[in-house]
Design a protein around this ligand. Structure first.
Ligand SMILES: [Zn+2]
Length: 257
């Protein structure tokens, strides 16, 4: 069964583009204590390989609205020749995942790119053209200068730049959560479920939200965004994460938030 949640009139559907180990030792990218690693490994044992590597999932989430149209949050690692190919386990299988979930790519009316790292934009543009032909692509303008894939989206008039929070549709809001990248954004569904993007990338940052990650552009700002967003979501909140083992998580009571 495909992991899916239903919140009122919106269906949140997990789509896994791929999974694989990270390209550098995990101790090099998180400054965590042995106790914090033990917490994280107990909470998310699937995120550690037998060899002690960080094992990531690479996911997108589809939000199916009552009218059948779909908001896709993130665009995965992409096909074999995608920009992520130097480090991520391409080719991704998002096309098969969409088909399996009963989603036609032309039914995707909006693609929210949480940020422009290569493991989140893989299927945005393929072969020099937008993969989702009928979609508006939403990106924070602060992330625009950091990546060059947007040319084809600009050419077809499919790119919408945002500056801060925005209401996307009834029950679907975009929250600016900068720090991981200058224009990182997350998506809040009915005030109860947060599609996090890389607001947190490992259980370490859920249990100990002050822990930095080496690939955060502005770690202090990322920490501020993480604490604010998780705090606002509260104990009843649900997280939909791209990289942790479980696609949907309750806010853990043990979080040092
Ligand atoms: Zn990522």
């Amino acid at each position: 069964m495909r992991p899916t949640m239903i919140l009122d009139d919106i269906e949140i559907i997990m789509l896994e583009d791929g999974s694989g180990p990270f390209f550098s030792p995990r101790e090099e990218v998180f400054p965590a204590t042995p106790e914090q690693w033990a917490d994280a490994d107990a909470f998310d044992p699937g995120a550690r390989t037998e060899d002690g590597e960080w094992l990531l999932r690479f996911r997108c989430f589809a939000l199916r609205r009552p009218n059948g149209r779909v908001v896709l949050v993130d665009a995965g690692i992409g096909p074999a020749d995608a920009p992520s190919a130097s480090w991520a386990p391409v080719p991704g299988r998002l096309p098969e995942e969409l088909a399996d979930a009963g989603i036609e790519r032309d039914d995707v009316e909006t693609v929210v790119l949480t940020h422009v790292h290569t493991d989140h934009i893989g299927w945005a543009v393929t072969g020099g053209t937008p993969y989702f032909r009928n979609a508006r692509y939403l990106l924070q303008s602060a992330d625009l200068p950091t990546f060059a894939f947007t040319g084809p989206l600009t050419a077809t008039g499919q790119l919408d730049l945002l500056d801060g929070d925005a209401r996307l549709a009834p029950g679907i809001e975009i929250l600016a959560t900068p720090g991981h990248t200058p224009g990182h954004q997350s998506v809040l569904v009915h005030d109860r479920l947060l599609v996090t993007g890389d607001l947190l990338v490992h259980a370490l940052q859920l249990l100990h939200p002050t822990i930095e990650y080496a690939h955060e552009v502005d770690p202090a700002l990322a920490r501020t965004s993480r604490l604010a967003a998780l705090g606002a979501l509260g104990g009843d909140g649900i997280l939909a994460t791209p990289h942790l083992t479980e696609p949907f998580l309750r806010m853990p009571a043990t979080s040092a938030l």
